[in-house]
Design a protein around this ligand. Structure first.
Ligand SMILES: [Zn+2]
Ligand SMILES: [Zn+2]
Length: 280
């Protein structure tokens, strides 16, 4: 098998809402959303939550100039809070393509990062230092993106306050779907989600709540692990990864969810920081 056949996902941050490190979140992790997807030698990242800091350290330790594509599901704080702490941004020899599809003009990713995150009085380093090696690519959720030969990325809008974008990354005849943050409809299932996850090898799905907790948080833009299982069953997903864990779900609570979800459908498990799933 050549290096080109390598298709895998690694979880650098699995929490939603706010980082929650501490003795009660050691096993599943306390960093907010960040995933690395390797397609052969190409590095893709999804989201820049606090988990992206460790991804940056890992990339710098691999040696040589770094080039990667960073896709944003959206720009809520938990998905961008690590952005200015991504070490490779501080080396102008590196090269990053940034993508977002959830914003509508006059908003765009560059403006949001420059004017709301990396700006006086929010952050001390000027945006020009951090964004020097970044190229911004705006698209509309629903567009298909081909960042490199052999990699096809399908996108769709998700049901989330201020918008969010779901992704399906296809490589070598396999697929990884990333669906966060999203809230399921009152009846049935979201057609946009079904379209992205149909027959996927891996589906990463917003499971912030349980069905029991959900009524208290209706309208907040998140879903449940039970809905993840239903969608996976309906759309013939091979492996379901529960994601965007609520900070109130400590390790013991996550163990309970893991047990119940695995019993509900084979191959369902919560994401843990550091977890790697090799697709091919
Ligand atoms: Zn979130
Ligand atoms: Zn959100």
């Amino acid at each position: 098998m050549s290096e080109d056949d390598n298709f895998r996902i690694k979880f650098w941050g699995v929490r939603g809402s706010v980082p929650c490190p501490g003795p009660k979140t050691v096993r599943y992790g306390g960093n907010t959303t960040c995933m690395e997807i390797n397609c052969g030698s190409h590095v893709l990242a999804v989201d820049a939550g606090s988990g992206i800091r460790e991804l940056g350290i890992s990339l710098m330790n691999r040696g040589g100039p770094i080039s990667a594509d960073i896709f944003f599901t959206h720009t809520h704080l938990d998905h961008v809070t690590g952005f200015p702490f991504f070490g490779p941004f501080y080396n102008p020899q590196n090269n990053f393509n940034l993508y977002a599809g959830h914003l509508t003009a006059p908003q765009n990713l560059e403006n949001v990062l420059k004017n709301m995150i990396i700006t006086d009085p929010m952050f001390p380093v000027p945006a020009s230092v951090i964004l020097g090696c970044c190229t911004f690519n705006e698209f509309n959720s629903g567009d298909e993106i081909r960042p490199h030969e052999g990699i096809v990325i399908k996108t769709a809008p998700l049901n989330h306050p201020n918008g969010a974008c779901g992704y399906r990354i296809e490589y070598k005849g396999h697929s990884i779907a990333i669906i966060t943050d999203t809230e399921h409809p009152e009846e049935g299932m979201d057609e946009n989600v079904l379209h992205l996850v149909q027959d996927a090898d891996v589906m990463v799905y917003d499971s912030a709540y349980t069905d029991e907790e959900y009524p208290k948080f209706k309208g907040w833009g998140h879903s449940t692990w039970q809905m993840a299982v239903k969608i996976a069953e309906f759309a013939n997903v091979t492996k379901t990864v529960l994601f965007h864990h609520d900070p109130s779900h400590d390790d013991d609570r996550m163990d309970e969810i893991a047990e119940q979800a695995a019993a509900a459908r084979f191959g369902t498990e919560p994401a843990r920081e550091g977890m790697v799933i090799k697709v091919c």
